[in-house]
Design a protein around this ligand. Structure first.
Ligand SMILES: [Zn+2]
Length: 467
């Protein structure tokens, strides 16, 4: 009965998703009534109005998030998703804001990440109530508008005292089930960096973000002595780093400057071992130049404490557990300002460890080496026991619909699930699939959309419990 109801809503669901994708909802600068920019606000308004037409009770939470709810009961179970999207970028073969349906696929920025799953959640809930299933708990679809830029939407939802789910899931990652997400600590660290001697570092800049392994770093070194500049150029030509890295060097004779461009390889901050840290390569090279004073000390210390390591061993924080594996360390960004070199260190620690087990030894190492902590942000680990009701319900629904075993996954952390209690990441991407999330031609197949709808409806009934 429920299953037929879902299939009957297919055309309506597809049309609604196409319309949702046609609203460009890239985060932007705050405007009046639109804390995350006009695009996300417009998408929020449209989604709330659409849900209301479907028969949901709705609420706009301070223009940063919204919810749509059906049913009765003291408690509520939730689907958690987001309406904001990353910029469309280049290279599309279709209109990124067209919501085009072609060969069984819907194309568009956000169709999968994450407007599609929000829409599927709404239709799954509607199908449940249309089919007359009586449940003990209410079903709520919660949608934020700042997931791609820090999830401030959900922090606000929680702080504003909005109801928290008794159980829920966020279809904003992958199947089967992510039951463990590492804790995250992101440090901005600094060291004095005054140039001294004849050979001076004028600039040092590299990296894109704290959660991406630094793939490129550029530095300018000046020296009035031509033979010393030649020595740098010769050493650069002879330098051999890890496979996949490369060093470019050029000289501006008039300015007496040698520019070095070191290339490593990017990787996500949760898997730094898959990348090559360009700053580690550069430090390795620069150490051979024997720079004097603080500038030389910086590179030497960097190599000693971090270098190519991605497990925090020399920082004194290497650790692991059976659930989620080893602590990882990612160096993302470096720059010079006001006589200091600053760089970011993004740490992901195992779920069974406490934050202080990392911070205590780390702060001691930093202090002993004259490194200053400029800033730190943290997110606790997430761990939902395999025997919990939530995990059991997700496993059952997944296996019922797909016929596959629902393995539990542990990841480096950082999904929407961390924004509120009793929630884990579940779907929407099946193992082995690539739908170009955050890339050109993002798409989602109608077949998988419907498969997701069947899974979500089953889970929601399971979690909300039949009367
Ligand atoms: Zn997302």
């Amino acid at each position: 009965m429920l299953s037929q109801k879902i299939d009957a809503l297919k055309d309506e669901l597809i049309a609604a998703l196409q319309e949702s994708v046609r609203i460009p909802s890239v985060g932007g600068d705050p405007e009046e009534g639109a804390p995350f920019g006009p695009g996300p606000r417009k998408s929020l308004d449209w989604t709330l109005a659409f849900a209301e037409k479907m028969g949901f009770r709705t609420k706009n939470v301070e223009n940063v998030a919204g919810w749509a709810e059906m049913g009765e009961g003291d408690e509520m179970v939730a689907v958690l998703g987001h309406l904001d999207v990353v910029p469309e970028g280049k290279g599309w073969t279709v209109d990124p804001w067209g919501g085009e349906l072609k060969n069984g696929m819907i194309y568009g920025r956000g169709v999968l990440d994450n407007k599609g799953p929000v829409m599927v959640g709404l239709f799954a809930a509607k199908a449940i109530f249309d089919s007359g299933v009586a449940l003990k708990r209410r079903i709520r679809v919660i949608f934020g508008t700042n997931e791609e830029r820090g999830s401030k939407c959900m922090k606000r939802y929680v702080e504003a005292g909005e109801e928290l789910p008794a159980a829920g899931f966020t279809p904003d990652a992958e199947y089967p089930i992510i039951y463990a997400e590492k804790g995250i600590l992101t440090y901005t660290l600094s060291l004095p960096f005054a140039p001294s001697g004849d050979m001076k570092v004028l600039s040092l800049e590299g990296g894109l973000a704290a959660n991406v392994v630094m793939a490129e770093v550029r530095t300018e070194i000046t020296d009035p002595r031509p033979e010393c500049r030649k020595r740098i150029l010769d050493a650069a030509a002879a330098w051999k780093g890890p496979e996949g890295s490369s060093l470019g060097a050029s000289e501006d004779v008039a300015k007496q400057v040698v520019t070095l461009e070191m290339k490593g390889h990017p990787a996500h901050g949760s898997t730094p071992e898959k990348g090559i840290n360009a700053l580690a390569c550069l430090a390795d090279f620069v150490n051979g130049l024997r720079l004097k004073g603080e500038q030389g000390d910086f590179f030497a210390l960097f190599s000693k404490l971090i270098g190519f390591e991605t497990d925090g061993a020399s920082l004194g924080i290497a650790m692991k557990d059976d659930v989620s594996g080893s602590l990882t360390a990612c160096v993302g960004v470096v720059k010079l300002s006001e006589g200091r070199a600053t760089f970011t260190l993004n740490l992901r620690y195992p779920v069974t460890k406490k934050e202080t087990e990392i911070t205590a030894p780390l702060l001691e190492t930093l202090a002993n080496n004259g490194i200053t902590v400029e800033n730190v942000t943290s997110a606790d680990p997430l761990y939902m026991p395999p025997e919990s009701r939530l995990i059991k319900a997700l496993q059952k629904a997944y296996t019922d619909v797909t016929g596959e075993k629902a393995e539990l996954l542990a990841i480096g952390g950082g999904t929407y699930a961390k924004t509120m209690p009793n929630v884990v990441a579940f779907g929407p991407v099946f193992p082995g699939q690539t739908y170009k999330i955050h890339e050109e031609d993002e798409c989602w197949s109608v077949e998988d959309i419907m498969k997701n709808a069947h899974i979500m409806a089953k889970v929601l009934v399971e979690l909300a419990e039949r009367k």
